[in-house]
Design a protein around this ligand. Structure first.
Ligand code: GAL
Length: 382
C-alpha cells in the first residue's frame, strides 16, 4: 500500500485510482492546503453551498503588521472538511482613492451567507478604518455573484442608527444628557471588562450614529431570516440584529443581550430547537475562558451555561489556547457540528493556528472536548 503526504495528513492508495483520504484534523498544528501551503484564513467562517464547503477568513501576513489587512479575505474549498483547495482572494484590499478597505485597515472575522432571494453571496466583517485603532467599530459589507468571489465592497456602517433596541425599558429610550456624556467620557471606556461598566448608557450614546460593532458573526435561521451578532457598547454588551431581505443591511430590529458581561467572538449554532452561542471573554489576542449560552429564540431571553470546554485544567481555562470564531454544521449529518476557533499569534500573525474540534453533547448541552487529532469521517461517517 502506498501512502503520500497530502496537505494536513496522509492519503492511502487502496487501488490504482482509489485514494482513500485518511486526513486528520490536528488542532493547533500547521494545516496545509492542497498546494502544501499553510491555510491562511483566520477569524473565519464556513459556508456550505452546492456540495462544497467554502472557508473564508482573514489573510494575514507575517509580523505584527499582519494584524492589519494587507491582502484581504482568503477563500478555500473542500468536500470533506479536511482537504482544502486554495480558491484565492475573495475580497481584496483596495488602495483606490476613497476606498474604505485600503491596505492597512483592520478587517476581521469575515462571514459569508447566501441570499436565496437575490441569488447573491453576502460577506460581513468587522472593519476599522485605517489608522483609527479599534475606535471605528464598523461593519463592512461586500457582495458577489459567485461564492468564491470576487466580492465587491458595498458599504460600511454602524448598525441600527436611530433605532432603539427592542428589549430596553421605555425610561432608557432617550439620548444622553450632557452630564451623562461627561460621566461616560470620564470612565475612558476601552473594550475590556470592569465592574462599574454603566449598563444603560453606551447604546444611548450611539443611538444617532449607530451602534458599535466589533467581533461579529452571521447566522441564517431555517426560516431564511439572517442575523448579525456583534460585540457592541465598547464590548460590554452583545447585540442580536436582524438583517433586511437583501442581507446587506440591518432590518431595524435588534436586542441587547448580557449587558455588562463583555462577551466577544460570537459563534451561533442551532440544535434541539435552541440557539446556542459560543463566546469568549474580552482579553484581546490573549485566550481566555469560553462561555456557552442558549435561548429558545434568537430574540432571547438568553441564559448562560458557563464554560463549554472539556479537557485539562489549562485547556478549560484558556479554551485550548484559542478564541471561537464559528460553528459549522456538517451537512447531511444529525447532531454534527465543528467548533472553529483561532489560536492567535499577534507577534507573527500569519502563524495563527486553527483549533477545530467536534461539538459533543453532554447532558443536553453542546460542549467542546479536546482531541489531539481527529477524523471527520470517523466522527460522523461523512
Ligand atoms: C480580540 C478579537 C479579535 C481582535 C483582537 C484585537 O478580542 O476577538 O478579533 O479584534 O481582539 O486585539
Amino acid at each position: 500500500m502506498l501512502s503520500m503526504e497530502s496537505g494536513f495528513g496522509i492519503a492511502w492508495c487502496a487501488g490504482e485510482d482509489a485514494w482513500i483520504s485518511l486526513t486528520m484534523i490536528r488542532p493547533g498544528e500547521l494545516w496545509n492546503d492542497g498546494n502544501g501551503v499553510p491555510i491562511n484564513a483566520h477569524g473565519g467562517g464556513v459556508l456550505f453551498h452546492e456540495g462544497t464547503y467554502w472557508w473564508f477568513g482573514e489573510h494575514k501576513i507575517g509580523g505584527e503588521e499582519g494584524n492589519r489587512a494587507h491582502v484581504g479575505v482568503h477563500v478555500y474549498a473542500s468536500e470533506n472538511l479536511t482537504d482544502w483547495r486554495d480558491e484565492g482572494i475573495a475580497l481584496a484590499v483596495d488602495d483606490a482613492p476613497g476606498s474604505e478597505i485600503p491596505s492597512g485597515c483592520i478587517l476581521e472575522r469575515p462571514k459569508v451567507i447566501f441570499n436565496a432571494r437575490t441569488g447573491k453571496f453576502v460577506m460581513w466583517f468587522h472593519l476599522e478604518p485605517k489608522g483609527g485603532g479599534y475606535g471605528g467599530a464598523r461593519s463592512g459589507v461586500a457582495v458577489a455573484d459567485a461564492v468564491a468571489g470576487p466580492y465587491r465592497f458595498l458599504h460600511s456602517l454602524r448598525p441600527n442608527a436611530g433605532v432603539w433596541p427592542e428589549n430596553v425599558a421605555e425610561e432608557w429610550k432617550r439620548t444622553l444628557t450632557e452630564r451623562e456624556e461627561q460621566e461616560l467620557a470620564a470612565l475612558g471606556l476601552g473594550g475590556a471588562p470592569f465592574p462599574w461598566y454603566p449598563r444603560e448608557v453606551v447604546f444611548r450614546r450611539d443611538f444617532e450614529g449607530g451602534q458599535m460593532a466589533r467581533d461579529m458573526t452571521l447566522f441564517v435561521d431555517d426560516d431564511g431570516c439572517a442575523y448579525q451578532v456583534y460585540a457592541s457598547e465598547n464590548n460590554g454588551t452583545l447585540h442580536v440584529s436582524l438583517l433586511d431581505e437583501t442581507f446587506t443591511k440591518p432590518a431595524g430590529r435588534y436586542v441587547r443581550i448580557f449587558p455588562g458581561r463583555f462577551h466577544e467572538a460570537p459563534a451561533v449554532m442551532k440544535w434541539g430547537g435552541r440557539y446556542w452561542l459560543f463566546t469568549s471573554d474580552c482579553t484581546g489576542w490573549a485566550p481566555n475562558t469560553a462561555r456557552l449560552s442558549s435561548a429558545a429564540s434568537m430574540w432571547g431571553p438568553w441564559e448562560e451555561h458557563g464554560n463549554p470546554c472539556l479537557g485539562s485544567g489549562a485547556q478549560i481555562a484558556n479554551s485550548f489556547e484559542s478564541q471561537p470564531t464559528f460553528v459549522l454544521p456538517v451537512v447531511g449529518k444529525r447532531d454534527a457540528f465543528v467548533y472553529m476557533a483561532d489560536r492567535w499569534r499577534p507577534g507573527n500573525a500569519i502563524d495563527g493556528r486553527y483549533v477545530w474540534l467536534p461539538v459533543v453533547f453532554r447532558h443536553g448541552l453542546p460542549v467542546v472536548e479536546w482531541r489531539g487529532a481527529w477524523e471527520v469521517e470517523g466522527e460522523w461517517d461523512v
